[in-house]
Design a protein around this ligand. Structure first.
Ligand SMILES: [Ca+2]
Length: 162
């Protein structure tokens, strides 16, 4: 299956450090792009998106971010926004570059800042990993991480602010 995590914005500028008080616009500014990099349509039904939820002892479990659906044409992008939406709250800079969108449906941030994280596309019916891409802890604020190999890395202009 030719879908993969292509971009990820784990640490939107602003109040991404508190779990309370974030507006839906702020939550929607945290997102991940799932792209069809192949040449034929891909049905996403039956594909789940997971990330690593760390415990205090440093171990982690795969936490479900969302169940995907719909069809991605060649080159098309599904953007998974954190929060409940609606789409009218998504800022222009967070809507450009995507063809479709869904929300996680939970009003909290998903993607780790203080820990590394991985975006995993998993097909439960076949117990198959379709794609996995990871990033290091403390992603720069506001940076859109780009896929390079199996990693998601900040563009060179981004500076680390903790
Ligand atoms: Ca985050």
């Amino acid at each position: 299956m030719t879908v993969r995590t292509n971009q990820l914005k784990p640490n939107p500028a602003g109040k991404d450090r508190s779990t309370s008080g974030a507006s839906e616009s702020q939550l929607a500014a945290e997102w991940v792009d799932i792209k069809n990099v192949g040449r034929t349509n891909i049905a996403l039904s039956g594909v789940n998106l997971y990330h690593k939820a760390f415990r205090r002892d440093g171990s982690f479990e795969w936490e479900l971010v969302g169940k995907l659906s719909g069809v991605l044409g060649a080159g098309q992008v599904l953007r998974v926004h954190s929060g409940k939406g609606p789409y009218s709250v998504v800022r222009p800079e967070d809507s450009v570059g995507s063809d479709f969108y869904i929300f996680t449906g939970v009003s909290r941030y998903i993607w780790n800042n203080d820990y590394s994280d991985s975006s995993l596309l998993w097909q439960p019916s076949t117990k198959a990993s379709i794609d996995e891409a990871s990033y290091d802890a403390y992603p720069p604020e506001g940076a859109i991480l780009q896929r390079v190999g199996d990693k998601l890395v900040a563009p060179s202009w981004a500076t680390v602010r903790r």
